[in-house]
Design a protein around this ligand. Structure first.
Ligand code: PYC
Length: 403
């Protein structure tokens, strides 16, 4: 009888050793995916150190949108690989990550926004990603509840329809990777904060944690929100400014919205979860801060923008609100790869508002970089050296930011 109710542990509490081949700082989707793919490549002497609980940072605070309809060719190729990995992830991990590829609409309310979407559609199609411009009658057919009339101050003029986009259960992704890594013998250490990094002769040698020192020849900075403070531990100044990003959910409603809706002009995005709640977010807060405090002005403005799109929601109650923090680079693209002059220190940072959707591809390719010593082609455009060489990536299709 007991067996019927016995729950399998998701991952094991292993003792903290004083040496690992690889230490990964950050137990979110990026750190855990890197650990998982390292394990698949045969590197299992790996520790993931997380200062809170697994998935307690940006991985558990985002609005779980998956898409690859970016504007730069390097961005499209990169995120497209991630979408493909997400498509196979439940089978890969033997764990249901509830990926709903329901389709994603980016709305345009101004002529210049329509032109921007036209460029994105062209780039997407050239790169083999399904994405096309659609007009109000088709938008209304796909999303019957949306207001496509001329009533709002900024009526909807067009949308970029990206059928492979959708939403996923973000904590299931984190748990699935953690469970997969654990099953290969990789150590996951929650509540283990890295407070120092040792180096010698241009080589990383150790990390100091709140639970003791660990020697390691490879250390990955896979943190979000605190990537610059971690980089400072090796004296590296990253071109990053950290901003809060807020979101909220409503009470559960009967299913009425089966597309992800994003409006960069109105600064709002809306999706409906399988529990019926609407998940709603806006752009990053306009000031730099490490605060997790949620604010009323955000809630009021974002609710008002949501009602512009969906007047039918005016009686709906808000259930809860939360905040995450985002590491923004000047070109809205991440920073990945080695750091010249410091062997063994690998960056997987600068994930702004777009990190969760990139977890699988980053993890897989960073693991490949660690094992082979060669930077995979998809990572090359995102090297830190671009800031020193004046070749920024300029990703104009990053969401939740004002361009
Ligand atoms: O990149 O799709 C996105 C996104 C939505 C909200 C924040 N980022």
């Amino acid at each position: 009888m007991w067996q019927l109710f016995k729950r399998e542990r998701m991952w094991t509490a292993r003792p903290l050793k004083d040496r690992y081949e690889v230490v990964i700082i950050g137990g979110g989707v990026h750190g855990l995916a890197t650990a998982y793919y390292l394990g698949k490549l045969g590197v299992r002497d790996v520790a993931v150190c997380e200062k809170g609980y697994i998935g307690s940072g940006a991985s558990g605070r985002n609005t779980a949108i998956i898409r690859s309809n970016y504007r730069t060719p390097e961005g499209v190729v990169f995120y497209d690989e991630s979408v493909r990995l997400y498509e196979e992830l439940a089978a890969e991990l033997g764990y249901n990550v509830l990926f709903s590829q329901q389709g994603h609409l980016t709305l345009a309310h101004t002529d210049s926004a329509v032109n921007g979407l036209r460029v994105r559609a062209e780039v997407n199609q050239l790169m083999g990603v399904e994405s096309r411009l659609i007009w109000p009658p088709e938008i209304k057919r796909l999303v019957p509840a949306i207001d496509v009339s001329s009533r709002p101050r900024y009526p909807i003029l067009a949308a970029l329809y990206h059928a492979p986009g959708g939403i996923i259960r973000h904590d299931a992704v984190v748990w699935g990777y953690a469970r997969g890594a654990d099953r290969m013998g990789i150590s996951i250490h929650p509540f283990t904060e890295v407070i120092g990094i040792g180096t010698s002769n241009g080589q990383v040698t150790s990390v100091q944690t709140t639970r003791g020192t660990i020697r390691a020849g490879t250390v990955v900075n896979a943190t979000a929100g605190f990537c610059s403070t971690v980089a400072k531990l090796v004296g590296l100044k990253l071109p990053i400014v950290t901003h809060p990003l807020q979101a909220f959910v409503t009470e559960p409603l009967s299913p009425f919205l089966d597309k992800v809706i994003v409006s960069a002009n109105l600064h709002v995005y809306v999706s409906q979860t399988d529990r019926g709640e609407l998940v709603i977010g806006s752009e990053i807060d306009p000031y730099s801060s490490y605060s997790y405090k949620s604010t009323l002005p955000f809630l009021e403005a974002t609710a008002a923008h949501t009602l512009e799109l969906f007047p039918c929601l005016r009686q709906v109650r808000v259930l809860r609100q939360w905040t995450g923090i985002c590491d923004m680079t000047p070109d809205y693209s991440p920073i990945m790869g080695e750091v010249p002059g410091l062997k063994g220190f690998i960056l997987d940072v600068g994930w702004g508002t777009y990190g969760f959707k990139a977890g699988p591809v980053s993890g897989k390719r960073i693991a490949e970089l660690i094992v082979t010593g060669n930077t995979p082609d998809v990572l090359k455009p995102f090297s830190i050296t671009r800031f020193w060489e004046g070749r920024l990536a300029g990703e104009k299709a990053a969401a939740a930011v004002s361009h």
